[in-house]
Design a protein around this ligand. Structure first.
Ligand code: GLU
Length: 417
């Protein structure tokens, strides 16, 4: 029985894939735990002169294929187990995308809405100072995640470079273009979700043009995915954020909704001919495609029984529990897993890191073309494994591909010490 502990969910997903692989129990056990986790308490001065403490984590899950790689999240629900799970998913995400990284993830237990810009800068620099001995262009390369973006990445880069007395933009990705960021990085996660949706509709012989779509979560991943899927000719009929959901059977102008959310703080209240829905209503709408793009555990086994979408493409990390997966598999609903469908973010992070190391900027067109090639290759590798091994679902297939790549790298290195 799986539940809401994302770390246990990750371990269950690995067990599911291992049944179809020739991996010993000992090696599998190694792949189910992080190599190390930094847990720290940041002490930061607030604007009123008081001192506040914040718990923060960085999990380095596995480095067999390259430097640890993954974002840093700011959220009140951040926990050690969540960060461990998210870092593990990064291992298999970088492996399925076939980019030369391991997996890591970090987080601070904080609600950023409650703090001033100056306070957030001091919190971020305090975390960067703690991270400094552990990160590095060839060691561990952080990036944005929930509630962090270019601003925070610029602060971390600046703190690291100042303390190390060096210039090393590739120590972190997701920076602003002026600070060494890549063209196309902000849109990259949503762009991979769009490619995954396009590929899976094509694979299943369904038409994406005219397909109805519901998107849960309208942050960076969800809003970009909505607009790019809309550009393919689909109708985005429902979107939501943490304040609620909206529905319009004619489809939304997704970019206007994003603008409205930027101005008002939420998608709710948008447009006259719009119905307000609950989060559960949105997730169980009768649509062709459901894109969960918020947080973990959005759909559990119980809710999965009511999901009416034909296809689910995961823009969030870990939005379905393993129970939900089992129910959807049994009901014939196809799910393109997070480790493929949102791999665009880390893939363009990789392009940013390559550009930083070469001190050479790519055009946005080149970034998008190279991204498309890697995501479609990953999709083909997943569906090949699905067909060849007669696997129960796409998630197991993606893990079969990814775990095999990690095991090959591990076994190829020989044993140590
Ligand atoms: N936080 C993103 C993810 O979950 C991006 C990580 C990265 O760019 O390293 O994939």
């Amino acid at each position: 029985m799986s539940g809401s502990n994302p770390f246990e969910n990750l371990q269950e997903q690995l067990d599911d894939a291992a049944q179809y692989l020739d991996v010993g129990e000992d090696v599998l056990e190694r792949l189910k735990h992080p190599e190390r986790v930094l847990e720290t308490t940041l002490s930061v001065e607030m604007d009123d002169g008081s001192l506040e403490t914040f718990k923060a984590f960085r999990s380095q899950f596995n480095g067999d294929r390259g430097p640890y790689k993954g974002g840093i999240r700011y959220h009140p629900d951040v926990s050690r187990d969540e960060v461990k799970a998210l870092s593990g998913w990064m291992v298999y995400k970088t492996a399925v995308a076939d980019i030369p990284y391991g997996g890591g993830k970090g987080g601070i237990v904080i609600d950023p809405d409650e703090y001033s810009d100056g306070e957030l800068e001091r919190v971020t620099r305090a975390f960067a100072t703690e991270l400094r001995p552990f990160i590095g262009v060839d060691k561990d390369v952080p990036a944005p995640d929930v509630n962090t973006g270019q601003r925070e990445m610029n602060w971390i880069k600046d703190t690291y470079e100042t303390l190390e007395n060096t210039t090393e933009p590739g120590v972190i990705t997701g920076k602003a273009p002026e600070n060494g960021g890549s063209a196309g990085r902000v849109e990259a996660t949503g762009r991979s979700t769009m490619f995954a949706a396009r590929e899976v509709f094509d694979y299943l012989g369904k038409d994406i043009e005219g397909a109805s779509v519901a998107v849960q979560g309208y942050g960076n991943a969800g809003s970009v995915a909505a607009s790019l899927i809309d550009d393919l000719g689909a109708d985005v009929v429902a979107v939501s954020d943490s304040s609620g959901a909206i529905y319009n059977s004619d489809g939304f102008d997704t970019r206007k909704v994003k603008q409205y959310k930027a101005e008002t703080g939420s998608v709710t209240g948008y447009g006259a001919a719009t119905d307000e829905l609950s989060n559960r209503d949105l997730l169980t709408l009768d649509v062709d495609l459901l894109v969960p793009a918020a947080l973990e555990n959005a759909v559990n086994g119980d809710l999965a029984r009511d999901v009416q979408a034909d296809v689910v493409v995961e823009a969030a990390n870990g939005p379905l529990t393993p129970d939900a997966d089992d129910v959807l598999t049994e009901r014939g609903v196809h799910v393109v897993p997070d480790i493929l469908a949102n791999a665009g973010g880390v893939t363009v992070s990789y392009f940013e890191w390559v550009q930083n190391r070469q001190r050479f900027q790519w055009t946005e067109a080149r970034v998008n073309d190279e991204l498309e090639a890697l995501i479609t290759d990953a999709f083909d590798a997943m569906t090949d494994a699905y067909e060849k091994n007669d696997l129960p679902n796409f998630r197991t297939a993606a893990y079969v591909v990814a775990v095999q790549r990690v095991v090959d790298a591990y076994e190829g290195s020989g044993s140590w010490p």
